[in-house]
Write a protein that binds this ligand. Structure first.
Ligand code: HAM
Length: 422
C-alpha cells in the first residue's frame, strides 16, 4: 500500500488553509461586486465535452486528460478546466433565455496529467469566470479591470498583464497558412513537440518555451498584422478602454493560449515567481464555442486563475495572508465538575459569537495554560470549585500582560461575551 499522496496532488493542511480561504473569499466578494453568480458543475463529464470544447489539437486533450471508462462503458473525463463543462451546462439548461450577459463564477479543482514541477500539479485549483452574450470589447476590458481589482485587494503590487488578439476564425486561417509557410523551412530546427504539432496547430510554436523555437519565431509573421477589420477595431477599442480604466498591459502578439476555443481577445497574467510557465491567470474570448458545442451562436469570454500559482506569487511578493483562527478565550478547568461548567459556558459563548475552547484531554492546569498560550488564545478563564460556588470567575488577557483581570458573573454570559468581543 502506498501511504503517500498521489504524484502531483497535495494536502492543503490547516496551517495554510486560511490563506486559501482568504483568496477564495476575496474572489467571491469581487465577483459579486461585478454581478457574477456562482455555478457548480460536475467534476467529471462525458469525454466528448472536453474533446470538442477544449479542442482535439490541444495538449490538454491529446496528452493530459484523466479519462476512464465507467462501469456503464461510458468514456468519462475528470475536468481539465472549467469552461467546457460550463458551456455544456449553459446549453443544457437553456441559459441563453436568461437576460444577457449571463455572468458566472466558479472555484474548482481541475486535473491534468502533466509533468509535475513548481506551480504545476496534476490536481490543481482554479478560480474563474465566464460571461455569455456580450459581444463588444467593454466586457473584455471590465474583466481585466476586475482581475486587477482582485489582485489589488489581495495586496499584490506588481502583476504583468499581456494581451493579444487571435482574430476571427477566418482571419486566423489566413495567418495560420502564412505562419506555416514561414515555419516549414525551419521544421528540423524546432523541438520535437513543435515538429509534431506544427501542421495541426502552428500557433502553439509561438509560445513554445524551447530556446531554439523561441529564436526561430522571433522573426515570424505576427498575428496582429493579419486581423480583419472587425477584430482590429475590437482590439483597438479594448486598449482604449483599458487605458481609460487605468489597467496597465503590454501587447504581446505571441500569446496564443493552449486551448483551441479562443477568438479575438486573449490575455495572460504572467510572473517569474510561479514556475517555468509563469502564467497565473489566462483567458480570453471564445465566440464560436457555444455554437460548436451545439448551442445557439452566443459570444463568450472568461478566465481562470491557478490558485496554487497565485499563492506562490503572494508569498514571493510578501503579501500572503494566513490569519489562522485563534480562540477568543480558553476556559481551563480544575476538576470534572468545572469541566462540565466549562463545556456549557463555551457552548453559550459560541452562540454569542465567541470562539471558545476548553480542555478535552485531561491536562493539568499548568499544561492547560501552556496549551492555551500555544494555541494563541487571547484570554484565559480558570474554573474551579470556588468560582462555581461563588458564581463568578475572572478573565485574564494572555496577549496584553498588563491588562487587569476582569471579574464577571457566570449567570450573565452576554456581559462576558461583550467584554471578550472587544
Ligand atoms: P489555462 O490557461 O489552461 O486556461 O489555465 C488557467 C490557469 O490555471 C493557468 O494560468 C494556471 O494558473 C492554472 N493551471 C493550469 N494548469 C495547471 C497545473 N497543471 N497546475 C497548476 N496550475 C495550473 C483555462 O483553463 C481556461 N479554461 C481559462 C478560461 C476560462 N478561458 C476562458 N474562460
Amino acid at each position: 500500500m502506498k501511504n503517500t499522496a498521489a504524484k502531483g496532488t497535495q494536502d492543503i493542511l490547516p496551517e495554510i488553509s486560511s490563506a486559501w480561504e482568504h483568496i477564495e473569499d476575496k474572489f467571491r466578494e469581487i465577483c459579486q461586486l461585478y454581478g457574477y453568480e456562482e455555478i457548480r458543475t460536475p467534476t467529471f463529464e462525458h469525454t466528448e465535452v472536453f474533446a470538442r470544447g477544449v479542442g482535439e489539437t490541444s495538449d490538454v486533450v491529446q496528452k493530459e486528460m484523466y479519462t476512464f471508462e465507467d462501469k456503464g462503458n461510458r468514456s468519462i473525463t475528470l475536468r481539465p478546466e472549467g469552461t467546457a463543462g460550463i458551456v455544456r451546462s449553459f446549453i443544457e439548461n437553456g441559459m441563453n433565455s436568461l437576460a444577457f450577459p449571463v455572468r458566472l463564477f466558479y472555484e474548482i479543482t481541475a486535473f491534468r496529467y502533466e509533468n509535475v514541477q513548481k506551480g504545476r500539479y496534476r490536481e490543481f485549483h482554479q478560480l474563474g469566470v465566464e460571461a455569455f452574450g456580450a459581444e463588444g470589447p467593454f466586457i473584455d476590458a471590465e474583466m481585466l479591470a476586475m482581475l486587477q481589482h482582485f489582485f489589488k485587494a489581495l495586496g499584490l503590487k506588481q502583476i504583468n498583464l499581456e494581451i493579444n488578439s487571435l482574430g476571427t476564425p477566418e482571419s486566423r486561417a489566413v495567418y495560420r497558412e502564412t505562419l506555416l509557410g514561414y515555419l516549414r523551412p525551419h521544421k528540423n530546427e524546432l523541438c520535437e513537440d513543435c515538429q509534431a504539432r506544427m501542421e495541426e496547430n502552428p500557433l502553439r510554436v509561438l509560445d513554445c518555451k524551447n530556446d531554439h523555437c523561441h529564436e526561430i519565431t522571433k522573426s515570424a509573421p505576427l498575428i496582429l498584422d493579419y486581423l480583419d477589420e472587425e477584430s482590429e477595431a475590437h482590439f483597438n477599442k479594448l486598449q482604449e478602454l483599458l487605458d481609460n480604466l487605468g489597467v496597465e498591459y503590454k501587447v504581446n502578439p505571441k500569446i496564443v493560449r493552449g486551448l483551441d476555443y479562443y477568438s479575438k481577445t486573449v490575455f495572460e497574467f504572467i510572473s517569474e515567481n510561479v514556475g517555468t510557465q509563469g502564467t497565473i491567470c489566462g483567458g480570453g474570448r471564445y465566440d464560436g464555442l457555444i455554437k460548436l458545442m451545439g448551442g445557439q451562436d452566443t459570444p463568450g469570454i472568461g478566465f481562470a486563475l491557478g490558485e496554487e500559482r497565485l499563492l506562490l506569487e503572494l508569498e514571493a511578493q510578501g503579501v500572503l495572508r494566513n490569519d489562522r483562527p485563534v480562540a477568543d478565550v480558553f476556559i481551563a478547568s480544575l476538576d470534572d465538575e468545572a469541566l462540565e461548567a466549562a463545556q456549557k459556558l463555551s457552548q453559550e459563548l459560541r452562540y454569542l459569537g465567541i470562539r471558545a475552547q476548553y480542555e478535552l484531554t485531561g491536562r493539568s492546569l499548568k499544561a492547560q495554560m501552556k496549551y492555551a498560550g500555544k494555541q494563541g488564545a487571547k484570554n484565559l478563564i480558570v474554573l474551579g470549585g470556588d468560582e462555581l460556588s461563588e458564581g463568578k470567575a475572572a478573565v485574564r488577557s494572555l496577549v496584553e500582560k498588563d491588562k487587569a483581570e476582569h471579574e464577571f458573573d457566570l449567570d450573565h454570559v452576554e456581559v462576558l461575551a461583550d467584554y471578550l468581543k472587544n
